[in-house]
Write a protein that binds this ligand. Structure first.
Ligand code: FAD
Length: 322
């Protein structure tokens, strides 16, 4: 029986929502096509994480546990993936589209001498591979793509599928893996992590994004307050990351992060194509802008025309009452 293998992405001991989205889609495809859906966890605490996966319906769960995976280093992860693929022999290897999957997707495909399709927004099976859609040119064009091979390696944009909870009584199988220091050839010198205790932008269910009209500390405080009330991640347009008002890691768009939350609130953002490329997949888009002709209103589900400094304080007060 063929297997669809989802590679689970983990951050600080927590499964990333985007992995569960991919797993849910693989579960659906497997059950519709008489196949098995398997999940693979490569982590320093893989067996603990594997237990959590039993709430999300895979038929099989594989782990590769080793202290070397405490930090993402390409070489051991690639070796672990190759080991797992040789053992499981899946038809498809599916990753969530993350910084770390970007790092290994192409290398794994080269290693397996097979095809890779990255950053897909939907995917389905064909007789000998995968087909689907892939946004390109800042999401102006949705290309149809298809690849055959064994396995086909894909990555899937976050927010493309819903997470479906489903109990599973899958066995957890540990895959043998050895890795010596000599194989590493890399020395990890330092990790500089963001000091923010905010919700991770790429995983956030709600995103509040600030644009150039947020011009001073009062405006930034309003953005923080709105984000706190909604338990939202904070993002920004390039106008504000370039001005140094927000960290570059918070930039949303073509040259920043791609987000696809349930709710995106753009505050004083005009809706330039390069920004829209990073948020167009949001489920519900709310725009606050004083210019009624701002392009962001063309894609917004709800629009508030007016000055953010007048709109946000009562808006936040009302939200606090909920
Ligand atoms: P503006 O376009 O200046 O819009 C500000 C908006 O705020 C206006 O609509 C105005 O009406 C409104 N406003 C002002 N004051 C108020 C107020 N008090 N209350 C309410 N509304 C108010 N941009 C990105 O964001 N992400 C990217 O990844 C990105 N990549 C790029 C890549 C390239 C190659 C290039 C050329 C550009 C890129 N840009 C990117 C820049 C992009 O083209 C825009 O310049 C940028 O998105 C504009 O940011 P903004 O909407 O905040 O500012």
């Amino acid at each position: 029986m063929s297997t669809l293998l989802t590679v689970i992405s983990v951050n600080d001991g927590k499964i990333k929502r985007s992995s569960l989205e991919v797993l849910s889609r693989c579960n659906e495809l497997a059950s519709n096509n008489g196949m098995k859906s398997a999940a693979l966890v490569i982590d320093s605490k893989a067996s603990e994480i594997a237990e959590q996966l039993k709430n999300y319906g895979p038929d099989e769960i594989y782990t590769i546990e080793n202290p070397i995976f405490k930090n993402h280093l390409n070489t051991p992860v690639l070796k672990a993936l190759s080991t797992a693929v040789s053992q499981i022999n899946p038809k498809v290897v599916a990753f969530p589209s993350t910084e770390s999957s970007k790092d290994v997707l192409g290398a794994l495909a080269a290693n397996q001498q097979t095809a890779a399709l990255s950053d897909m927004s939907e995917f389905d099976l064909t007789d000998n591979g995968v087909k689907g859609k892939r946004p390109v040119m800042a999401s102006k064009i949705i290309s149809s793509v298809e690849a055959s091979g064994s396995p086909v390696i894909i990555s899937v944009r976050s927010g493309s599928y819903d997470v479906v909870e489903k109990e599973s009584n899958a066995n957890i199988e540990a895959i043998d893996f050895n890795f010596s220091d000599e194989e590493l050839q890399i020395t990890l010198k330092e990790i500089i992590s963001s000091s923010s205790d905010r919700v991770d932008l790429s995983e956030a269910e709600v995103v509040v994004a600030a644009g150039r009209g947020v011009k001073d500390e009062e405006g930034r405080n309003l953005i923080s307050e709105l984000a706190s009330v909604l338990n939202a991640g904070i993002g920004a347009s390039r106008a504000l990351t370039e001005a140094g008002d927000y960290d570059p890691s918070l930039q949303i768009g073509q040259t920043g992060k791609v987000v696809s939350p349930q709710l995106y609130i753009g505050v004083a953002i005009s809706g330039a194509i390069q920004h829209v490329a990073g948020m167009a997949n949001s489920k519900v888009i709310v725009a606050i802008n004083k210019d009624p002709d701002a392009p962001i209103f063309d894609i917004a589900d709800y629009g508030l025309v007016g000055d953010l400094y007048k709109i946000l304080p009562p808006f936040i007060e009302e939200l606090k009452k909920i």
